[in-house]
Ligand binder design. Structure first.
Ligand code: UDP
Ligand code: MN
Length: 262
C-alpha cells in the first residue's frame, strides 16, 4: 500500500481559523492515505476544532499544547511546541514495544516494532497545497525538498539542483541559512523521525527564520536531500498568508438573536 502521509498542522484560534481549516480539509480529503495531525495552540481542545474535525471526513488526530506566554511575541518563531507535540505523538505511537513474555523466554530475538512506510510533513494552516505535492513527497526516502511559492520576499524560493543533488539555494532572504527553505518546502520519512528521537524544533538559541535549518541539521545533510517537483523546478505549494479580518463593525454587545460559529 501507499506510504502514509502525516501532515502536522499547528493552528490557533482567530477569526479566520475555521475558514483556513476548511480550505485545508478540502485539500487533504482528496489525498489518499493522509493522516492529519492537528495541534491546537491552546490549553484545551476547543469545541470549534473538535466539531470541525469530527465532520471533516479526513482521518485526523486532535492534539493541543499552549505556547508559553513568553514566546507569544512578534519576531519569535511560531508553533514550535505544536510541531514538537505532533512529533512526540508519532514517536509515542510507534515506540518500540518490548514483550516481557518473549524476552523472558530467551528463545526469541527482541521484538522489532512494525511501522508502516510513511512521510511526515509540516503543513501550516494558511498555506496553499496542490494535490501533486503529496504525490511528490510520498516517495521520500529520508528528507525531500522542493520549491515554495510566495515566500522570502520573492515569487518563490527553491533548492538549486545540479546532477540530481542540491548544491545551493535560490533565496532572497538570509542565504547564509544552512537549509534556506521554508517549513512547507520539505518532508521527512517516518523512519528518520523515529530513528532520530531527539530531533525537535528548538526555542533555545533559535534565531528567527532558523527553525527549519535547526531542525534539518539534526537529521540530514544538504548533500543527501532528495529533490522533488522535477528537480525543484515546479512550485506545488504556496506560502500564502491571510489578511487580518476587519471586524470594525462588530457590535459592542451581541445584537443578533442567535449565536453563530464562524
Ligand atoms: N500558529 C500557532 N500559534 C500562534 C501563531 C501561529 O499555532 O500563536 C500557527 C499557525 O496557525 C500556522 C503556523 O503556526 O499554522 C505558522 O504561523 P503563521 O502562518 O502565522 O506564520 P508565517 O506565515 O508568518 O510564517
Ligand atoms: Mn503562514
Amino acid at each position: 500500500s501507499l506510504p502514509i502521509i502525516y501532515a502536522i498542522t499547528p493552528t490557533y484560534s482567530r477569526p479566520v481559523q475555521k475558514a483556513e481549516l476548511t480550505r485545508l480539509a478540502n485539500t487533504f480529503r482528496q489525498v489518499p492515505r493522509l493522516h492529519w495531525i492537528v495541534v491546537e495552540d491552546s490549553p484545551h481542545p476547543t469545541d470549534l476544532v473538535s466539531r470541525f474535525l469530527s465532520e471533516a471526513s479526513v482521518r485526523a488526530t486532535h492534539l493541543h499544547v499552549p505556547t508559553p506566554r513568553r514566546y507569544k511575541r512578534s519576531g519569535l518563531p511560531r508553533a514550535t511546541e505544536q510541531r514538537n507535540a505532533g512529533l512526540a505523538w508519532l514517536r509515542q505511537k510507534y515506540q518500540p514495544k518490548t514483550s516481557h513474555h518473549l524476552q523472558r523466554s530467551g528463545a526469541q530475538p527482541p521484538v522489532q516494532q512494525e511501522y508502516p512506510a510513511g512521510v511526515v510533513f509540516f503543513a501550516d494552516d494558511d498555506n496553499t497545497y496542490s494535490l501533486e505535492l503529496f504525490q511528490e513527497m510520498r516517495t521520500t526516502q529520508k528528507v525531500s525538498v522542493w520549491p515554495v511559492g510566495l515566500v522570502g520576499g520573492r515569487r518563490y524560493e527553491r533548492p538549486v539542483v545540479e546532477n540530481g543533488k542540491v548544491v545551493g539555494w535560490y533565496t532572497g532572504w538570509r542565504a547564509d541559512r544552512p537549509f534556506a527553505i521554508d517549513m512547507a518546502g520539505f518532508a521527512v520519512s517516518l523512519q528518520v523521525i523515529l530513528s532520530s528521537p531527539k530531533a525537535v524544533f528548538k526555542r533555545r538559541g533559535s534565531q528567527p527564520g532558523m527553525q527549519e535549518s535547526d531542525f534539518l541539521k539534526q537529521i540530514t545533510t544538504v548533500q543527501e536531500l532528495e529533490p522533488k517537483a522535477n528537480n525543484c523546478t515546479k512550485v506545488l505549494v504556496w506560502h500564502t498568508r491571510t489578511e487580518k479580518v476587519n471586524l470594525a463593525n462588530e457590535p459592542k454587545h451581541p445584537q443578533d438573536t442567535i449565536k453563530i460559529e464562524v
